[in-house]
Design a protein around this ligand. Structure first.
Ligand SMILES: [Zn+2]
Length: 93
């Protein structure tokens, strides 16, 4: 499979070093039958955009909970200390 690349003139040597070839007839850089296009992604139109559109994932631990309190998590707080402790986050006695 052939993939055309949009290579700025200043980056042509870098592209060539990575294995890109110059199509003199069409005046375009390209790679052919490359299994892993990762090195060429920045020169493939639309590829960077596609990568940026991957949704962010929020990971929460099993003991995640909301205190419902506006205090800072590292500051001692008498309003939510019992709630924090009952959720298993209490300080050792
Ligand atoms: Zn609090």
């Amino acid at each position: 499979m052939r993939t055309n690349l949009t290579v700025p003139f200043a980056e042509k040597d870098a592209a060539r070093t990575l294995g890109a070839r110059w199509d003199a007839a069409r005046k375009v850089w390209y790679v052919e039958n490359v299994e892993n296009l990762e090195s060429f992604l920045r020169w493939i139109p639309g590829a960077a955009k596609q990568a940026a559109s991957v949704p962010a994932v929020t990971v929460r631990g099993a003991r995640f909970f909301r205190t419902g309190c506006k205090c800072l998590p590292w500051a001692p707080c008498s309003s939510c200390v019992d709630k924090v402790a009952s959720a298993g986050w209490g300080l050792p006695a």
